[in-house]
Design a binder for this molecule. Structure first.
Ligand code: HEC
Length: 153
């Protein structure tokens, strides 16, 4: 089959257009993006940023585990190490939640509600009742203090 020059030109223009509108992922931009994310969350939370999260201590851990396996493990992996089946197709990758926290607890809960713009992290605010968001965040806390045993040597 012969390809039409007009079609080839249209295709080239379309591709050029796409390349111009979608900012390519640049790891060098990550620190600035994360700083902007934190600034946004701090602005939303004000003084609540470093206060205990209301309702978190009483949140339902069992419910949290269910919510985790329905909504989170595909990206973050069963143990929260950022290695779920969907992780390799994502830039930036899903956070390794066991690698240490850079946001406050209140900041992370707000991120769960709102998502992280420009990344795969969805906002669950409209999808899950707040009780479920607090429960799954309590489960994340549980994962952090119960890391998986190391593999056999
Ligand atoms: C579609 C993939 C995806 C799903 C589903 C997902 N996440 Fe994420 N998550 C991400 C990505 C990507 C980031 C990194 C966001 C960033 O760096 O701005 C992230 C970041 C986070 C963070 C912030 C940690 C940090 O400082 O980087 C927390 C906490 C978190 N996710 C918890 C959850 C929980 C709990 C669920 C389920 C309710 C969930 N995620 C579902 C992809 C996902």
């Amino acid at each position: 089959m012969r390809s039409s020059p007009a079609l080839a030109l249209a295709l080239a223009l379309a591709l050029a257009g796409c390349a111009g509108s979608i900012a390519p992922y640049d790891p060098a931009g990550e620190p600035a993006r994360r700083a902007a994310l934190e600034a946004d969350l701090r602005a939303k939370l004000g003084e609540a940023w470093d206060q205990p999260v209301p309702g978190l201590a009483e949140a339902d851990l069992e419910l949290g585990r269910e919510v985790w396996y329905k909504n989170c493990d595909a990206c973050h992996g069963a143990h929260g190490q950022g290695d779920g089946p969907r992780a390799d197709r994502m830039q930036p990758r899903p956070s390794n939640l066991l690698a240490g926290r850079t946001l406050s607890q209140a900041g992370e809960v707000q991120l769960l509600r709102d998502g992280s713009p420009g990344t795969g992290m969805p906002g669950f605010g409209g999808k899950l009742p707040d009780r479920h968001i607090l429960a799954v965040y309590r489960y994340v806390g549980w994962l952090r203090v119960n890391p998986p045993p190391p593999p056999d040597p």
